[in-house]
Design a protein around this ligand. Structure first.
Ligand code: ADP
Length: 483
């Protein structure tokens, strides 16, 4: 059974007070007893003195002055006189212990014999039986014992007084016990409420609820609640930190495994994409070995080996650029570039290729400045425009414009080409992703152009978006902060 702390404290305090009352009552009752004994001993000693003096006077007045004879002959009468004088019931014994006074004295206890023997030996002795005290004292004449006087002394009053006081103490003790228990219970209850609240606070924290209210008290319990509150806050913030750390760690692990996966895929793609032109070159070389005199084969082989080698060269170049961009210490030299100028010169350099495919160009360029690496901007524009040519229709169009909006410089490249299917829109920036392998291969691409473009743009704080693509063509928009 669980006894609450307030009951334990209350019982302890009440028991302590009860013990105090008990010890006090013992001392007081003992004092009363000693005092009572002293009183009646003194009183009976005086009575003894009176009896002895009176006996002496009576003897002297008698003709026969032998005390023993007097006692035996006039003992009854003397005892009566003495009773009148002392106001006590008196029994008289001769020197042999024989009763010489009236026989109708109050009943004597059997054990009085021993006390009588003491008295006969000249000593005063008394016996207490219930409320009655039998006081036996020698009767002396000129220092010679002639008999024994026995006084009866009632202890009823003394005992009643003693019992009354004892009863009072019992009542006081019981009342103090009950009262102190009630008062202590009320007093400790306020502490117990505090302790119960502290227990509830700790319980809440244990269950993971860290919002707790501090107790408005100025004592140790109040301070303890402040301590628990501080501890709970500390635990909460530590847990939060740990959770955040764990979250970061999980993110880092996920990112690392994604990177690892991407890297593996990248290597797989590189191997695959490199193998195709190399296989083609090897096949032509094998054929030339077998038919060294076939002029027609020589011509075809030359053309194909040249184009495959160019493709390989371009791929190696792009892969190298991509891996350079992956490095943290990739260096580029930002400078203030005029977009109109640089776009015009890139368009100029590609005009031959456009003409080859009968593609018409429309440009709407205005003066705008950005802070960027010139070579990177050229690579970006060349790749985007190259795609706009490669994936255009015969006699198609390319429309290039730039503008400034909210401190951003935008360049939009729109073509009237085949468009990018919806399912491919989110993947075109992945390395080695091509919508149509054959078409890309025909046009010399390996799915690296857009991923390279995005990397260059990201590195310089810009952004690229495929804003429109359908069967009528495609529009890419790039933007950089205005310089
Ligand atoms: P590639 O070097 O093969 O052209 P890119 O990374 O430049 O690779 O482009 C990825 C894919 O996106 C291409 O295979 C092509 O199918 C598609 N694509 C890119 N630009 C255009 C465009 N202007 N019009 C249509 N399709 C495009």
């Amino acid at each position: 059974m669980r006894i609450s702390i307030k009951i334990k404290f209350s019982i302890f305090l009440a028991a302590l007070l009860l013990l105090t009352v008990f010890i006090l009552s013992l001392l007081v009752l003992r004092g009363i007893k000693i005092n009572q004994v002293e009183q009646y001993e003194k009183y009976l000693a005086r009575q003894t003195e009176t009896a002895n003096v009176y006996f002496m006077q009576t003897i002297l007045a008698e003709s026969n002055k032998i005390p023993q004879i007097f006692l035996n002959t006039k003992g009854v009468e003397f005892a009566k006189q003495l009773e009148l004088l002392t106001g006590q019931t008196v029994v008289m014994y001769d020197e042999n212990g024989k009763v010489v006074s009236k026989k109708t004295t109050p009943s004597r206890p059997d054990s009085i014999g021993q006390t009588l023997e003491f008295a006969l030996e000249g000593k005063t002795a008394y016996l207490v039986e219930q409320d009655m005290l039998y006081y036996l004292t020698p009767l002396n004449v000129e220092n010679e014992q002639v008999g024994v006087i026995q006084f009866y002394y009632s202890l009823t009053e003394d005992n009643e007084f003693y019992n009354r006081i004892r009863q009072t103490f019992i009542t006081i003790g019981a009342s103090i016990f009950i009262l102190s228990f009630i008062l202590a219970y009320i007093y400790f209850n306020s502490f117990a409420i505090g302790i119960i609240k502290l227990e509830q606070m700790v319980d809440r924290v244990r269950k993971g609820h860290y919002e707790i209210t501090v107790l408005r008290r100025r004592d140790e319990i109040g301070r303890l609640s402040v301590g628990i509150h501080a501890m709970s806050n500390q635990i909460r913030s530590t847990l939060k930190d740990m959770e955040e750390e764990q979250e970061k760690l999980t993110l880092a692990v996920n990112k690392l495994s994604l990177l690892d996966q991407q890297q593996k895929q990248f290597i797989g793609n590189v191997t695959h994409e490199f193998k195709t032109p190399l296989t083609s070159i090897k096949a032509y070389l094998d054929l030339l070995e077998m038919y060294p005199d076939d002029d027609e084969l020589l011509e075809t082989a030359q053309t194909n080996i040249k184009s495959e080698t160019e493709r390989l060269y371009e791929m190696v170049d792009k892969v190298l650029q991509l891996s350079t961009l992956e490095k943290y210490d990739f260096e580029y030299n930002p400078e203030k570039i005029e977009i109109n100028q640089i776009t015009s010169s890139v368009l100029q350099s590609l005009s031959g290729k456009m003409n080859k495919f009968g593609i018409k160009l429309e440009a709407e360029l205005t003066e705008a400045y950005v802070n960027a690496d010139k070579d990177s901007i050229i690579i970006i524009l060349v790749n985007l425009l190259d795609n706009a040519i490669k994936y255009n229709k015969i006699d198609g169009k390319i429309f290039v414009k730039n503008y400034i909006h909210e401190e951003q410089v935008y360049i939009e490249i729109t073509d009237t080409g085949i468009g990018i299917p919806k399912e491919a829109v989110t993947r075109v920036f992945e390395p080695f992703y091509t919508v149509d392998k054959n078409r890309s291969r025909q046009s010399g691409g390996a799915g690296l152009g857009l991923s390279l473009v995005k990397k260059y743009i990201d590195k310089q704080g810009g952004s690229i978006k495929l804003i429109n693509s359908d069967e009528n063509g495609t529009t890419f928009r790039i933007s950089f902060p205005e310089a």
